[in-house]
Design a protein around this ligand. Structure first.
Ligand SMILES: [Zn+2]
Length: 702
């Protein structure tokens, strides 16, 4: 590891925040340097602080501790990511023997200097008790690899030298802070403090000193590991795993089955589903194939901070069976055993500790799959990605620790205590999730007006949405518009041609590889052709049939094996048309093909109910879209109708508004709301048609 402190860059950060004290700006600068190195901290791990003198509203000077807010990412931290606390009252807490979690939380809230500031990092008391101006704290892998060795304390003393103190594992809080203070009392020259199984703190009067001490000590640890493992074989031995071709459909089968097996039944009887993240680097494939791969899964986290992201233990899938039914059974068993172990462990902890914490779901977050790598789970995509990032680095670090000697994890007790510790739980998003969170929706024909409206409403309801269309330009336009509104995290775009079954199959496999599977299918791709029957060209008619009828059939058919593998039901909402009940002259190709699709959907409702899959239909009418993403149907038929009625574009919209009973303009979002209604399963409904047309008596479903 190399130091990256650069005077010019440091000055630039100070200049960038003229209203912020220069020390705090430098604190921001070196915090970002630490955060940018994944071997030091990952996703909100680690923390930093600086002590400053500031006047209050009365002009009284006092010492303020600025410490990173809990869970905030060091790599992208801003001055506002630091919370200021009055130092003196916090320091006085060192005279206490113990403090209850609730009172601790109260103390940290009441001594903040701004009520808007975030909640401070969980290691705040150690930062407060030690007198150094700048304190840097990371979970450096090299240090953790050394503390995991049976003789870790001796190695560290030898490698880091006399100015680094060493403490056995202790949960962050009053006890750890007091232990740190005692070390300082013994050795006021102390420049660093290592806490076994947790990480390292470095100190300095300047931002640069504390940072450079971190770099120097971690580099020493890395150098030691390099010297000792040079020439040694990495990993203790290989097992044979099949080297099958791994295309999207291979991964898709795994992710669909894993997320299906892990879905959580809620108290209300619904299901909470997971997104998955696949990591299949050569290193991970190798890690999954070492003889002790099972041990890699059961030996626990590098530092307890990771437990809320990855759980302490991983699940191991030893064989990826060729045959689908056997693979599904293997996965079901692995998940079931993991759940049982995890329930037992929780019950035992609850009994000995006598607490009433809320139990987290008993599912694994990380699966190590032999010959494949990692598949991780998260209720949000962000959670799945964080778990994957941490697990990927953990696998490498543990293999290195084994190559060096022996990997001795932190005790399960300690990890459990940390996982369920109140301030740690704060890092998880415990708010009531939006109704479709965890679900994956696919909208075909997403490049058009109705597709955009449907995707918009599904995103607003919390689903991840895969937009698909054959027209890549329109797809791109809709994608960027939605990305601007909702961010890219829950959005995917994938070109597909609904008229070719293989194209649909491939696209659905790719969506599953990226997101985990499919729960909501919205066949919406459609085209129109205007001609009276006597002039209707057979070829043109077939084209319309191909997209509107065969395309809907392909989409439904390709989804069935996915629903089967997941075993968690699902929803298909077909975008039909008012024309099915109330057709119009010259619109034969469109109306007949839509009527066919309508019928296929009803048949699917009969056939898929056994799988818990509901198939419903929405019948929109007169949805024009907007200037940026207009309705393709109306672009086609609009000009003719305007001409025959002598209307301009606004006039045409007004004409259709006046035509319905409620006298409303029907929007694409209205159609989207109907899709969300069906997908939310608020009523036990399948095979139904919901008109979205403002009320057209001739099109009432019957
Ligand atoms: Zn820490």
């Amino acid at each position: 590891m190399k130091g990256l402190y650069n005077e010019k860059e440091a000055k630039a950060v100070v200049a960038q925040y003229p209203k912020v004290p220069p020390e705090l700006a430098l604190r921001v600068y070196t915090s970002r340097l630490l955060g940018a190195d994944p071997s030091l901290v990952l996703h909100g791990g680690g923390n930093t602080s600086v002590k400053l003198r500031e006047g209050n509203i009365l002009g009284e000077m006092r010492e303020i501790l600025f410490i990173k807010g809990s869970g905030i990412d060091l790599a992208a931290i801003e001055p506002s990511g630091f919370v200021g606390l009055e130092l003196e009252p916090l320091r006085k807490l060192r005279d206490l023997d113990s403090i209850r979690d609730e009172e601790m939380e109260n103390q940290l809230q009441v001594h903040k200097i701004s009520f808007r500031a975030p909640f401070p990092s969980v290691e705040v008391l150690l930062h407060a008790f030690l007198p150094y101006r700048f304190i840097d704290h990371t979970h450096a892998e090299a240090i953790l690899i050394l503390t995991s060795q049976p003789d870790g304390a001796d190695i560290l003393k030898e490698v880091l030298g006399a100015k680094a103190a060493f403490l056995p594992y202790c949960r962050p809080g009053l006890a750890l802070a007091k232990a740190g203070l005692r070390e300082y009392g013994r050795n006021p020259e102390m420049e660093a403090l290592v806490v076994a199984g947790h990480g390292i703190f470095t100190f300095g009067e300047e931002a640069r000193t504390a940072y450079e001490r971190m770099v120097a000590l971690v580099a020493k640890a890395e150098g030691f590991i390099r010297r000792k493992t040079r020439g040694r074989k990495v990993g203790p031995g290989r097992r044979k795993v099949s080297a099958r071709r791994k295309d999207a459909s291979f991964f898709a089968r795994l992710t669909q089955m894993i997320r299906g097996a892990a879905a959580v039944r809620t108290k209300e009887g619904g299901l909470r589903r997971f997104y998955t993240e696949v990591r299949s680097t050569p290193e991970l494939i190798r890690a999954s194939a070492v003889r002790e791969a099972g041990d890699l899964c059961s030996s626990g986290v590098l530092t307890p901070d990771h437990a809320i992201r990855t759980k302490n233990k991983w699940a191991f899938i030893e064989r990826v069976e060729e045959d689908e039914a056997s693979l599904k059974e293997v996965i079901r068993k692995v998940v079931q055993e993991y759940r049982e172990d995890s329930d037992r462990a929780f019950a035992a902890q609850a009994q000995t500790r006598g607490f009433s914490w809320n139990k987290r779901d008993s599912n694994p977050r990380v699966f190590l799959v032999a010959g494949v790598g990692l598949i991780t789970l998260g209720f949000t995509r962000q959670e799945a990605r964080i778990a994957a990032d941490i697990a990927e680095r953990t696998a490498a670090a543990k293999i290195l620790a084994r190559t060096l000697g022996k990997y001795e994890p932190i005790s399960e007790d300690h990890v459990f205590e940390m996982e369920y510790w109140g301030p740690q739980q704060r890092k998880l998003d415990l708010e009531t999730p939006p109704p479709l969170q965890g679900q994956v929706a696919v909208v075909t024909g997403a490049g058009g007006a109705i597709g955009l409206g449907i995707a918009d409403r599904l995103l607003a309801a919390g689903a991840a949405v895969a937009l698909s269309d054959i027209a890549e330009k329109s797809l791109e336009k809709v994608y960027s518009r939605l990305a601007e509104k909702y961010g890219e995290d829950r959005l995917e775009k994938i070109p597909l041609d609904v008229t070719r079954y293989e194209s649909v199959e491939e696209a659905f496999a790719e969506i599953s590889r990226r997101l985990g599977g499919i729960d909501i299918l919205v066949p919406n791709a459609g085209i129109a052709h205007v001609a009276k029957v006597e002039n209707l060209d057979s070829k043109k008619f077939k084209q319309v049939i191909d997209v509107n009828l065969i395309g809907t059939f392909h989409s439904i058919k390709a989804c069935v094996p996915i629903f089967r593998r997941q075993g968690t039901g699902g929803n298909i909402v077909v975008v039909s048309s008012k024309n099915v009940f109330d057709p119009g002259a010259s619109f034969g190709a469109y109306s007949a093909s839509k009527a066919g699709a309508h019928q296929i959907a009803k048949i699917a409702a009969l056939e898929l109910a056994d799988l818990g899959v509901r198939v419903n239909l929405v019948n929109p009418d007169a949805v024009f879209g907007d200037n940026e993403v207009p309705s393709k149907l109306w672009e086609l038929v609009g000009p003719e109708r305007m001409k025959s009625r002598g209307l301009d574009p606004e006039g045409l919209k007004e004409y259709y508004r006046q035509k319905n009973l409620l006298k409303v303009r029907v929007t694409a979002e209205h159609v989207g709301n109907a899709v969300v209604f069906f997908a939310s399963e608020l009523t036990p409904t399948t095979g139904a048609t919901l008109p979205i047309d403002g009320g057209i008596p001739a099109a009432f479903p019957r």
